[in-house]
Write a new protein. Structure first.
Length: 305
């Protein structure tokens, strides 16, 4: 049963927001492999700009004990406690075209009510399409273009953008529930999931953020700036090249992933998978064994972050 108290506040500028803008959503908090959501949020939102049209009540939605707010102390005094936000911003793309951006912390509580209220906002603003961005770790090489798996009811995007279309089960994100509820309302919705190399899952992987923004551009007809991310990607590739020259174990792993990647895409170029020849993905135990063997205590970018 939904709570009678609303979880969001519609700010004054929402009444001035044009109708019919696409909505993009990317929330932190769960399985942000390659820190893709964080990078995209930083790329789209200008720090300090107050562009919010809707703010959600994080006191009701977030478990602060599992995700502690950031504390700042200076000269023996607490100078700030940075509380998480969950908001919808009115932003503009590289050509000045407006769009809506749902960003901030994924809710811990009240998922059904959150989904219902977000759906009502989408209805009231006459949003024509909604696009959500996620990322997951998979045994794929960083030396190849980042691929995606796509869900939703925009079949043309699912067919054209998906490289991996599994039949599987796993833990859900709050936006997965929202996507399902929007589908039940026949609202055009797409879930874009970038496939991030499992050996860099805790490191910023700019290539995946670039791929996510390119796919989002296709889904929304908006143009997003990627040059800063491309510069970071060039740096990332250079650092990785130097690291692999010294770490033969990880270098061998990457070569094996390249062979598997290329062989499968050559077999199934239009709707491929990074699964095995029988279509199955490596088990969690197999991935854990691979990670333990090659990547225990190997974080080549920790010094830079």
């Amino acid at each position: 049963m939904l709570d009678s108290s609303p979880l969001h506040d519609r700010l004054q500028r929402m009444s001035e927001t044009p109708q019919g803008l696409p909505l993009v959503g990317a929330l932190t908090g769960f399985r942000d492999a390659g820190l893709v959501v964080r990078q995209i949020t930083d790329a789209l939102r200008v720090e300090g700009d107050d562009t919010a049209i809707v703010r959600f009540d994080t006191d009701s939605l977030i478990d602060y004990r599992s995700r502690r707010p950031k504390l700042s102390v200076a000269a023996g005094s607490i100078v700030d406690v940075e509380m998480p936000e969950l908001r919808i911003d009115l932003l503009h793309d590289e050509l000045g075209a407006p769009y809506l951006f749902l960003n901030g912390a994924e809710p811990d509580f009240h998922w059904e009510q959150f989904a219902e209220e977000l759906a009502s906002i989408i209805r009231d603003l006459e949003v024509p399409s909604t696009t959500f961005i996620h990322s997951i770790p998979l045994p794929v090489p960083h030396t190849r273009p980042t691929q995606l798996t796509v869900t939703g009811n925009r079949q043309e995007l699912v067919d054209s953008l998906s490289v991996w279309s599994p039949t599987t089960q796993g833990p859900a994100h709050a936006l997965h529930l929202v996507e399902r509820r929007l589908q039940e309302r026949d609202h055009p919705v797409t879930g874009l999931v970038t496939l991030v190399p499992h050996y860099v899952l805790d490191t910023e992987f700019p290539g995946a953020a670039i791929a996510a923004l390119a796919a989002t551009s296709t889904a929304t007809s908006r143009m997003f700036a990627t040059e800063p991310l491309r510069e970071q990607e060039r740096f990332f590739q250079n650092v990785m090249q130097e690291y692999l020259a010294k770490d033969t174990d990880t270098a061998e792993l990457v070569k094996k992933l390249e062979v598997r990647h290329d062989a499968y895409l050559a077999q199934v170029p239009s709707s491929g998978s990074f699964a095995g020849s029988d279509g199955s993905l490596p088990s969690a135990d197999e991935l854990a064994e691979e990670l333990e063997r090659y990547l225990a205590n190997r974080r080549p970018f920790d010094a830079q972050n």
